[in-house]
Design a protein around this ligand. Sequence first.
Ligand code: ADP
Ligand code: 5GP
Length: 185
Amino acid sequence: MSFGPGRLAILSGPSGVGKDTVLEQWQKVNTQIVRVVAATTRLPREGEVDGVDYHFLTEPAFRVMAEEGGFLEHKQYGSSWYGTPLDQVEDLTKQGKVALLKIEVQGAAEVRALIPEVLSIFLLPPSFEELERRIRDRGTESEDQIQKRLSRAKEELAEADTYAYRVVNDDLMRCVEELERILNG
Ligand code: ADP
Ligand code: 5GP
């Protein structure tokens, strides 16, 4: 593994807290930030594009990539697999970019152990009620999936303290300004 002169950052937070929304806005403000396109075995949601939102892989294809050492980390979340492609992280940091990983807490812990200098940020909802409202309003999951994600969210929120920074996604622009301040030290 070789990184630099760029930087590696992690943005975690429960499903529905607004990671995609915040990231999209942050990238408008800071063009150096490039999201690493993760691989997953889950099916695309409506509007999601292969190679843009995720690399959507079959389970066998995912397994082969994992066995060949193609992931910096990979984890199961719900019934699907997710992994960070190592080549993208290396390419982006070589180009001097901020390679941003939008990953869950277990994957984040693994990356922190491998690369202590990683900038780790946990995005918090203003309240649990607001988190539930955002997940429901997005309207992309079944009731069963919503319940699973909410119970997982409780577990994940308990891990927020293991991150270097915690940022509340209350007002979008305020949140992005705080992220920029953190990134710029
Ligand atoms: P995640 O990527 O964390 O799963 P999304 O970015 O898909 O979350 O956001 C979930 C829902 O919450 C979306 O409907 C989005 O429009 C809404 N949302 C995101 N950020 C905010 C915010 N700051 N205020 C109000 N709603 C928000
Ligand atoms: P979603 O299905 O909502 O897109 O993602 C589910 C969870 O998997 C989110 O918490 C997301 O951040 C996480 N995730 C996405 N890609 C990766 C990855 O490459 N590795 C890990 N560990 N988690 C990921």
